[in-house]
Design a protein around this ligand. Sequence first.
Ligand code: PBG
Length: 331
Amino acid sequence: MSQPTFPAIRMRRGRSAPWIRDMLAEHRLHPSDFIWPLFICEGDGCEEPIAALPGVSRWSVDRLAAKAREARDLGIPCIALFPNTPASLRSENAGEALNHDNLICRAVKAIKNAVPEVGVLTDVALDPYTAHGHDGLVDERGCVKNDETSAVLVEQALVQAAAGADIVAPSDMMDGRVGAIRAGLEREGYCDVSIMAYAAKYASAFYGPFRDAVGSRGLLKGDKRGYQMDPANGAEALREVALDLAEGADMVMVKPGLPYLDVLARVKDAFGVPTFAYQVSGEYAMIEAAAAAGAGDRDALILETLVAFKRAGATGVLTYHAPAAARLIAG
Ligand code: PBG
């Protein structure tokens, strides 16, 4: 039987007024879709604006509870924390990552103390702590050593869990680290600490402003293509996700966001597990630059890009626009 066509079908009937557009919307943004990444700096009463990320700052630990309260009041369920480690504490072996009193641990404790109802996600990777800016320990040729790094990442995740992190998120792309971290968490009694695996993380040119924010851009020797994925590959992302799930990941992530919506959709279709997108720093900066240059309306660009993640199948989105978007949704 053939489908009715024009004029029996007029697609525009469904677009003819706001109420019917609302009624027929397939996806809707909600503040609970967002995870808000926050940068931390040393000091007291400090706010350090990040030039490469207009509107985003680093906050000292004493000011973070206010940001967590802001998240809660906006209905944002979870924040992600990234420390800018002082240069004097960065080293070849990233020892500061295992210091129970390091910047991120103090931040986690302050937030869980003041606003326990907000989820706290911490990044598991060594780049904020290494003198060379890589996510792991490097050998004499500058190559990141997989198994040695993984062993340190387990300890790092345990330090973060001890401080009170709710979700640990390995962003380092070492093989086997999710299983190793899960085993470590179980062994030490952190059964309720979740793992969000940066499962399909690409070697991307969109991370530049983030590396400024955590102070690793100038330090990085070479690039991260020896461990992060090749932007040319999609099927490989499915293998990465399958491995991380088999090793015990509770949630997976695709990163960056918008340029990888095809990967996100394939992952969600193939596995049906909680799947997050990271709209990364370079994406944020592009939207801000486009709006500042008059190329598009900022609010509309924010909402359109975020709903695109939902359409592609995202469970949620890590985005620096989280508070702005939550305010726009609230109207
Ligand atoms: C570190 C890490 C990076 C990001 C999150 N965790 C940078 C990198 O891999 O170089 C990027 C986030 C962003 O650009 O917003 N392992």
